[in-house]
Design a protein around this ligand. Structure first.
Ligand code: 4NP
Length: 147
């Protein structure tokens, strides 16, 4: 799960997937990262953590890291939140097989629509609720398709 800062959207996607893996006993590994190094080592944004907690998802143990080329080897799928993240991840791809792993997260819930998870960082609380609902829908679709 990849966004820009790895403190708002992608840790939420990781936290929701971790809960689904536990609840549904899925044999999956999930992690998240940011394309930037702006917040490396930091806990998720307080607004994201608070919103997730209201939905029963714990983001408190997560810490931000930067996406790296080795992630193409470690993971079968690279889910990005928006078109900018997608471009930045694709710049690190070494070959077509790397590129083929990359998709917008919301294509899992809205196939072929290329919808973005809006960046809530500079907005208000409502943005975090909208992000939760979109990311939750996509993660549930992924879990259902793999269960
Ligand atoms: P995220 O949100 O990519 O969902 O983690 C952002 C976090 C930080 C910044 C931008 C977006 N920033 O510019 O610092």
């Amino acid at each position: 799960m990849v966004c820009l800062g790895n403190i708002c959207r992608s840790p939420l996607a990781e936290g929701i997937m971790l809960k689904l893996i536990e609840d549904k006993a899925l044999d999956l590994v999930v992690d998240s990262a940011g394309t930037s190094n702006y917040h490396v080592g930091e806990a998720p944004d307080k607004r994201s953590t608070a919103n997730a907690a209201r939905h029963g998802v714990d983001l408190s143990p997560l810490r931000a890291r930067q996406f790296k080329t080795a992630d193409f080897d470690a993971f079968d799928k690279i889910y990005v939140m928006d078109h900018s993240n997608r471009q930045n991840v694709l710049k690190l791809a070494r070959h077509e097989a790397d590129k083929a792993k990359v998709d917008l997260l919301l294509n899992s819930a809205f196939p072929g629509e290329d919808r973005e998870v809006p960046d809530p960082y500079f907005g208000g609380e409502q943005g975090f609720e909208e992000v939760f609902n979109l990311v939750n829908k996509a993660c549930r679709a992924i879990a259902a398709s793999l269960a």
